[in-house]
Write a protein that binds this ligand. Sequence first.
Ligand code: SER
Length: 603
Amino acid sequence: MTSDELRERYIKFFVERGHVQIPSAPLVLENDPSTLFTSSGMQPLVPYLKGEQEHPAGRRLTNSQPCFRAEDIEEVGDNRHTTFFEMLGNWSLGDYFKKEQLTWFWEFLTKELNLPKEKLYVSVFEGTDQVSRDNETCEIWESLAVSKDHIYFYGAEKNWWSRSGPPENMVPGDIGGPDSEVFYDLGAELGLHENSHWKGKDCHPNCECGRFVEIGNSVFISYKKKEDGSLEELPQKNVDFGGGLERLVAVVNNQPDVFKTDLLWPIVEAICAELSIDTEIEYGKDQTTDQVIRVIADHMRAAVFLVRDGVTPSNKIQGYLLRRLIRRSAVKFTSLGGMLGMLNKMTAPVLNAYDNTDYLQKSEGKVQKVIYDELERFRITLDQGLEEFNKRKHIDGKIAFDLYQTYGFPLELTEELARDRGLKINRREFSKEFEKHKELSRTASAGMFRGGLASTGEAETKYHTVTHLLHQALREVLGNHVIQKGSNITFERLRFDFSHSEKLAKEEIRKVEDLVNEQIEKGLSVSCEEMDKEEALKGGAIGAFGERYGDRVKVYTIGEPPFSREVCGGPHVLNTSEIGRVTIRKEGSAGAGVRRIYAIIDG
Ligand code: SER
C-alpha cells in the first residue's frame, strides 16, 4: 500500500463517519506564539478544543497534517524516528468521545488495513493524584476483544498528552488529557536489536528497544491547566487523534524501517546513488552508515518543507533550525565521501515523492534556490572549519564559538563532532563568547530547541500584551483607521502588521514607542472577561471580528480606565509592569496599504 493510498483511505474512512476534511496548516503558524513549529495536527485547533470558538467546519474534523518536531533531531537515525512527518488526524470537538474513537480506530487498523490483531498492543492511563485511572478506555478495548495481555497501563509520563507534557509540566492555559496509544509489534524474529531485554520479560510496548512502534494516539483532551497549578475540566470533552502516516505505511507493508517506505526510500536511494559513484556505500549493509543516511534523508525532506513554508536559513529561531538541518546533512554527507555540491540534488526525490499531493506544488523553484544557496554558503567554509576542528585536541567554548562565527558551524553540530571524539563543549563558555557579540541572536545559546513551549512561554506572553499596547498606541498616534492585519510572536520579538498606507516618520515611531512604554511603566493591570460578540463590539473592543470568533469572545482590558480593549484568546501578563522596555526595531511595508513593525523587549 502506498502512502498516498493510505492517506486517502484514512480520510475517506472518517469522512464516511461524519467528519469534514479540513486543509492542513503550514509548519510555521501565524498568530500562534506557543510553539515554534506545527508539531501535531491539533495545534491549529487549540481555540476550538478549548471551546472558545466554534469551528466553521463543524465538530468532527479530519486531515493529514505535515509536522516538524525539532526536539527529535537527535533521535533520527533509527528505524522509526523522523523530524518531519505527516500526522493523520481526526477530532471530536465536544462531540463523540472514547467509545466511538477507539472502536473506529480499531476498525480502521484491523478491517481497513487488515493488520493482524495479535500484533497490536494498547496502552491506557494509569491515573495520578488528580485524575483517576482510565478504566473506561480499558473496558472499551476489552469489548473490542483486545486480550488482557495486550493492554498495558502507564502513568502520566507515557499516557498523558499535552503540548507541554504531563500535568505537572503543563504551562498554565495549556490543554491535555489522558491518552491511549496503539503499538505494533515488529517481532523479535526481525532481529533488529541485540538489546538484552529483547526477548526478556522487561520488554513491553513502551520499551525503547525498537521491537514496538507506536502507530496512533487517541488523546481525550478534557483538562486545562490553571495558574494555581491545578487542572480544570474543560467545558467540552474532545478527542484528538494523531497517527504517523509513515509508520502506518511501514507496518501495513510489514516493513520495520520507515526509511524503506515510499515517501523516504527515493531520497535514500538518491543519496546512495550519489555516494556510490566514489565509494562502496549501500544502504542496509552497515548500521552506522544507515544511521547517517537516514539523518541526511530526514533532514533534507524536513528542509524542503520548512522552505516551502517560508523559512529561510538565518540566525533567528526557525531559520537557525533550518540552517542546522542543512549543515548537519552537509557534514554527514561529506563524512561518507559525498561531494557537498551534489547534496542539493536530494531536493528532487523529495519533490517527486509528493507528486500526487498538492503539498509541494509551486514550491520547487524556491526550495531549490534556498537550499542551493545555503549549501553554497557553507561550502566555502566547511572544509576550513573541519580542518580547524581536527587540529584541536581540546574543543573549548571559545573555539566552538569561532567555528560558529567564522565557519558557520551551528553549536549543536560542533557538539556532535566533539562527542564523536569523546569531547564535551562547555556551553557556558560558548555563551560568554556569544554575549560579547551582541549583534547576534541569542538563539543558539538559549537552548531553544527543546520543544519551545515551557521555556519560551513567559517571554511570548509578554509579547502578546505588548502587541495589544502597540495596536492601541498606533491608533492613537496615526488614527483609528489602524487595525491589525497580522501578528506573529516568537520568544524574542513581535511582528505586527496593520492597515496604514504611508511610511511612519521617525517622530511617529518614537511617539508610539513612548506611549507603549508609558503604559508599561504605569503598571496597568490586565483583565479578561468573556462576553457576547455584540456586547464586545458595543463596548468598543477592537479585534478582527471575522468568522474567526464564535458568539462568545474573550475581551482583554489593559488599565482602568482602559488604555486598550481587545478581543483575543490570550495569554497575557497580569500587570504591564512585568514587561520591561519595548523598542521598535524596524518599520516597513508589508503590501499595499499595510505596514509591518518589528519590536523587541530589551530591558
Ligand atoms: N496530539 C497528539 C499527538 O501529537 C495526538 O494527535 O500525539
